[in-house]
Design a protein around this ligand. Structure first.
Ligand code: GAF
Length: 380
């Protein structure tokens, strides 16, 4: 348990703890809210949620990261501007109330080790650890798919971020040494073996340490553009999502849509194909094909979807120049991180070169994390 626990709640007696992982996405970016395919992996950085029922008639919660305490009851379940960290917990309680009724009040201790704002999905790990923890603790028997879905609804409805399902899904279903192929339309999924150690590679995440102010707005604009493109296409085609475009329909989209909608659609169409090709080659042990899919994905996010930034583009270019096997931006973009597969033999030297060149160009160092894969949400 964490350092302040006893100071806050007196004793650890009776608390149960749960943790959910952050993620990096291998490929399939900005496709989940178009009901396409994604291929994330869960990482060994976690969000921890400890809880114990109380008799106080209120939820009492402490965040170690913010060194902050808060109490609330059911009548206070409204977005809290002063303490943004509490909204994810409130959002999940609110969604659980809708499907299971009011759960008893509890004390909670929160701790996250996933860097916030790095594009590694710390908020989804927070939501999923809380949703799963509450379900287990109070024997609510909420199915795992519903854990992911209600966590996404908490983020969409309460926190107000219009994210897709990828992050909550991988935090729930991730598995060590595998990547998770998710069909975000049907929510079917498959664990694809992804053993980078056997390929003598390391997983390096490089955090640009920037979050451009356009991030939130840019993300919702991309969603809106997708919806607009879909509406225009529906006048000619019988489709419910961009994911359903076949080759002929795609060609038509490129003829009739104005810019930038046709570029957005081109990204989604090709990115979905790249995910499936990537998975196919992974299954057939054709690792030599993977770097190109990842680079094409990055370039498409840069040129067609326009969600990269100078820092991300620079990092990908340098990563490859200094010998990475593969590299691309990962997550929502407009800052955040790149994912890199780097040969073990050069990892230290590679880290040094990336750090120096990034600092020289932007005036500060990036954060570099060497990560392992991990399992999805569970009790600790
Ligand atoms: C963010 C969102 F939360 C995901 O749902 C996904 O859309 C991703 O950006 C882009 O692929 O992480």
């Amino acid at each position: 348990m964490r350092s302040n626990f006893e100071k806050i709640f007196g004793s650890k007696e009776g608390f149960r703890g749960f943790r959910a992982p952050g993620r990096v996405n291998l490929i399939g970016e900005h496709t989940d809210y178009h009901y396409g395919f994604v291929l994330p992996i869960s990482i060994n950085k976690f969000f921890y949620f400890y809880l114990k029922r109380n008799t106080e008639n209120k939820f009492r919660v402490f965040s170690e990261n913010f060194n902050d305490y808060f109490e609330f009851d059911y009548s206070d379940l409204i977005f809290n501007k002063e303490k943004p960290w509490v909204n994810y917990l409130m959002g999940v309680i609110n969604e659980i109330r809708k499907i299971k009724g009011e759960i008893p009040y509890f004390d909670a201790y929160l701790y996250g080790e996933i860097p916030m704002g790095a594009g590694l999905s710390s908020s989804a790990a927070y939501e999923v650890s809380v949703a799963y923890g509450i379900s287990e603790y109070f024997n609510l028997n909420i199915e795992k798919k519903e854990i992911a879905k209600l966590s996404q609804r908490a983020e969409n409805n309460f926190v107000g971020a219009p994210c897709g399902i990828m992050d909550q899904f991988i935090a729930t279903f991730g598995r060590e040494n595998t990547a998770l192929l998710i069909d975000t339309l049907t929510l079917d999924y498959e664990h694809i073996p992804f053993d980078i150690k056997s390929k003598e590679l390391r997983l390096a995440v490089v955090d640009t340490k920037v979050k451009h102010s356009i991030a939130g707005e840019g993300y919702s604009t991309r969603r809106r553009e997708g919806e607009e493109a879909l509406k225009m296409l529906q006048k000619h085609l019988n489709i419910n999502s961009l994911r359903e475009l076949d080759e002929k329909a795609f060609e038509l989209s490129q003829e009739i849509l104005p810019s930038p909608l046709k570029e957005r659609v081109a990204h989604v169409y090709n990115e979905n194909k790249r995910v499936l090709n990537f998975v196919n080659d992974l299954k057939n042990n054709k690792w030599e094909n993977l770097p190109k899919y990842m680079l094409d994905s990055h370039l498409s996010l840069k040129n067609l979807y326009e969600v990269t930034c100078e820092e991300l583009d620079f990092l990908v270019e340098k990563a490859l120049e200094y010998g990475a096997f593969a590299s691309r931006m990962t997550g929502g973009g407009f800052g955040g991180s790149t994912i890199n597969l780097v040969p073990e033999t050069i990892i230290e030297e590679w880290i040094g070169k990336i750090t120096t060149s990034y600092e020289k160009k932007f005036g500060f160092k990036p954060d570099i994390l060497i990560l392992e894969t991990s399992n999805g949400v569970r009790e600790v």
